[in-house]
Design a protein around this ligand. Structure first.
Ligand code: HEC
Length: 133
């Protein structure tokens, strides 16, 4: 008796609650909150810090966080794109110009950055991958 009254109450309450689930008002903020939470937890792992007195490497760090980490990982450990840290790029590209060219022109699934970044920004991010990662 009591159990069924409680159940009826919950069904009614549940329906009221469902009626309120206006997609714009409930799901959109919920999705935004989830995305924000996921975003915060990802960005808590820092990218390796450039020495603050080196303007080029500081710029490189900014470009790295903004344009490269999605595919190469925050530490350059690799993901969709290959591993770049632990001296990997220096082994692969003894000449930094070849690495600058690859970042500017892209290769396979690696996008070309010549239209998204200035030559200074490309040089800076290449220097960052060689000297900081
Ligand atoms: C959309 C994903 C993606 C983004 C963003 C991206 N890369 Fe890549 N990157 C790749 C892939 C995939 C490869 C492997 C390409 C191949 O060899 O076919 C690659 C290869 C490279 C290589 C050559 C590695 C090797 O050992 O040959 C370098 C250097 C590199 N990326 C640097 C960067 C830099 C610097 C940025 C940011 C400006 C960047 N990438 C952004 C996907 C990405």
């Amino acid at each position: 008796m009591l159990a069924s009254r409680i159940k009826a109450h919950w069904v009614k309450y549940g329906q009221l609650w469902l009626d309120k689930l206006d997609p714009m008002r409930t799901w959109v903020p919920l999705l935004i909150m989830t995305a924000a939470l996921v975003g915060t937890s990802c960005s808590t792992q820092p990218v390796p810090a450039a020495p603050v007195d080196n303007a080029q490497l500081v710029l490189g760090e900014q470009i790295w966080s903004g344009s490269c980490v999605a595919c190469h990982g925050r530490q350059g450990q690799g993901g969709r794109g290959g591993q770049l840290n632990e001296g990997r790029v220096i082994q692969r590209f003894s000449d930094p110009l070849a690495q600058i060219e690859l970042v500017a022109n892209g290769k396979g699934a690696m996008p070309a950055f010549s239209s998204k970044l200035t030559p200074e920004q490309i040089e800076a991010v290449v220097a960052y991958t060689r000297q900081v990662l």
